[in-house]
Design a protein around this ligand. Sequence first.
Ligand SMILES: Nc1nc2c(ncn2[C@@H]2O[C@H](COP(=O)(O)OP(=O)(O)OP(=O)(O)O)[C@@H](O)[C@H]2O)c(=O)[nH]1
Ligand SMILES: [Mg+2]
Length: 316
Amino acid sequence: MPSKVNPQDLIRRVKKGEHAAASRALSIVVNDDPSSEALAKEFFKSSGSAQKIGVSGPPGVGKSTLTGRLIGYYRAKRLKVGVLMVDPSSSISGGAFLGDRLRIMEHATDKGVFIRSLASRGMIGGLTYAIFGAIHVLETLGCDKILIETVGTGQDEVEIASVADTVLYVTTPSMGDEIQAMKAGAMEIGDIFVVNKADLAGQDKAIADLKAALGLGHSAGQAVKAWEPPVLATSAKDGKGVPELAKELDGHWAHLAKSGEGRARLKRQHATELQFWIQRRVIKSALERVTDKILEDMVSRKTDPASIGRRLLGAR
Ligand SMILES: Nc1nc2c(ncn2[C@@H]2O[C@H](COP(=O)(O)OP(=O)(O)OP(=O)(O)O)[C@@H](O)[C@H]2O)c(=O)[nH]1
Ligand SMILES: [Mg+2]
């Protein structure tokens, strides 16, 4: 990391739309550099207005290809787009990462597109904490839409729902049989469902299955949902269905604003971000105060983890 950073200068440059400054700021925020907190505070102030779209789904369904198409669509409308790709190094499709980049990188020289991959390993709180900081930087940079690609494998699905405003869940026709078993989690969090690779056989059945599964999923014990998650067919390879998808994404964004749900989701996101901040800080500061004497007392059963834990946290 290069030497001194002047936070005000960096923020000013990011606000002006300088990608190099945003890159620098992202590294600092994401890596929890000593100067990150002062920066993060400022970026938070100027964030909160972009539509954060989670693009989730099983490995290989075409999330990156679709993301590339959506970038193209938004750029044609002169919107500024941020893309965060969660580094799948810790997921089962690790090998596809380079391919992802190549597919999306055709937009990398466009000044209206800012792309960054995020590693999800080695941080307490995993992906989530870093992603919030990254989002605030991208919003300060002026991004109207932020696309966040994650491989939907269980836990991630829940995480993306506390980060994104709109969750786009991608499957393919060949996933048809798996849809019934498909992770209840995905059913709950998806705002828009896409059956991609619609150029392949089995699309109609996949859409029907998905709709049926959704009907069941959402009626169970829930009040009437104001937003009915649409199920669309796309072929990211040739761009078919992408304008329709983009329209649904806009529709959901408008729905969030009109219904008050957008504010509720923002609160949920902030609650999650706060939770991760507190977890990191509290754990760190409490652990720093664990002495050998404390451990000795535990070995000799003079005390126990709960008593020590409470004392270290200042709790009763
Ligand atoms: N036939 C067909 N192939 C597609 C379509 N969209 C994507 N593909 C192909 O499917 C493969 C995977 O596409 P990606 O966009 O990398 O899929 P992904 O979901 O991002 O994959 P991971 O990030 O590894 O989970 C690539 O070979 C794409 O060219 C489509 O609409 N039709
Ligand atoms: Mg991908």
